[in-house]
Design a protein around this ligand. Structure first.
Ligand code: GTP
Ligand code: MG
Length: 173
């Protein structure tokens, strides 16, 4: 109903990256279906979902590639971030090693990816802040240093999930 001119739908390929268990699939399912499962199964290979949203009177068809974080699938992942408009790199705020993995993904994107791919870093599971192991300040400082968006999210409570996806268009070149 918000869309009058279908010719102005912009395709936007988004890839989610990050360690297994950080909540990539949960974030996508929260955004696309507004659902959450405490028993979300680990992704095999990758999964693909789409959602069209309107931001500032412009329609964007998000083509979302939710990759598998298990190491055995790593070699598949370049084909998903190649020519992506945006990469959302996810970590779990209660697991510091998953934040180290964010830095490794940024390095890989810089060497193997497109310079036009914008990066957003999501500190997920912010509902578990009592078990926090990564400070907001250090994550924000790292994001600033590399020119990325930083946001803490919870797929469980939905906090900041639509906001994160809705901020992507403003970041695009
Ligand atoms: P792979 O597919 O293996 O790469 O994992 P993933 O990054 O897709 O993680 P997934 O979405 O499968 O979530 C892993 C577990 O964390 C599941 O049990 C989810 O229910 C849980 N989970 C995901 N997001 C949140 C969150 O924001 N808060 C809490 N408390 N749990 C979450
Ligand atoms: Mg998954």
């Amino acid at each position: 109903s918000q869309l009058h001119d279908v010719s102005s739908i912009h395709d936007c390929k988004i890839v989610l990256l990050g360690d297994s268990g950080v909540g990539k699939s949960s974030l996508v399912l929260r955004f696309v279906n507004n659902t959450f499962s405490p028993w979300q199964e680990s992704t095999i290979g990758a999964s693909f979902l789409t959602k069209t949203i309107v931001v500032d009177d412009m329609a964007y068809k998000y083509q979302i590639w939710d990759t598998a974080g298990q190491e055995k699938y790593h070699t598949l992942i370049p084909m998903y971030y190649r020519d992506a408009s945006a990469a959302i790199i996810v970590y779990d705020i209660t697991k510091p090693e998953t934040f180290d993995a964010v830095k490794a993904w940024v390095k890989e994107l810089r060497t193997m990816g497109s310079p036009d791919t914008v990066v957003a870093i999501a500190g997920n599971k912010c509902d578990l802040a009592e078990n926090r192991a990564v400070a907001v300040e250090s994550a924000q400082a790292y994001a600033d240093e590399i020119g990325a968006l930083f946001i803490e999210t919870s797929a469980k409570t939905a906090e900041n999930v639509p906001e994160m996806f809705r901020r992507i268009p403003a970041m695009l070149p």
